[in-house]
Design a protein around this ligand. Sequence first.
Ligand code: AMP
Ligand code: ZN
Length: 116
Amino acid sequence: MDNCIFCKIARREIPSNKIYEDEEILAFNDINPAAPIHFLLIPKLHIDSLSATEDNHQDLLGKMLLLAPKLAKEQGCEDGFRTIINTGRVGGQEIFHLHFHIIGGRERLPVMIHHG
Ligand code: AMP
Ligand code: ZN
C-alpha cells in the first residue's frame, strides 16, 4: 500500500521509535501516547483492520497476540496493560492498517466504557 503510513514505517520510509521487529511484525512507540507506555504492534503485511482479517492470517494474528505480553513486560508493564484494537468508524479507527495498541504504566488506567 503506497500511501499507508504504517506500511511506510514498515518500509522505513518514515522514522519510528522501534521497539521490536521480525520478518512479519513491527512494534514502535505511539507518537501521541495515552499513558507512560504506549506502543503499537503491526503486521508488516497491509491488512486494513481486524474486520479485514481472513483465515490465512491466523498464524500471524496468533503470533502478534503472543508477542504482546512479552513486549509489554520488556517495556515496563509490570502489573498489567491494556490492549486495544480500534476497528472501523464505530471503533474510532484512524489509521487503516491493522494495529494493536498496548498501553500501560504504573497507574491503573481509567475505565474505558461506562455502563449506563
Ligand atoms: P487508531 O485510532 O487506533 O487508528 O490509532 C492510530 C494511532 O496511531 C494513534 O494513537 C496515533 O497517535 C498513532 N500514530 C499516528 N501516526 C503515527 C506515527 N507516525 N508514529 C507512531 N504512531 C503514530
Ligand atoms: Zn499499510
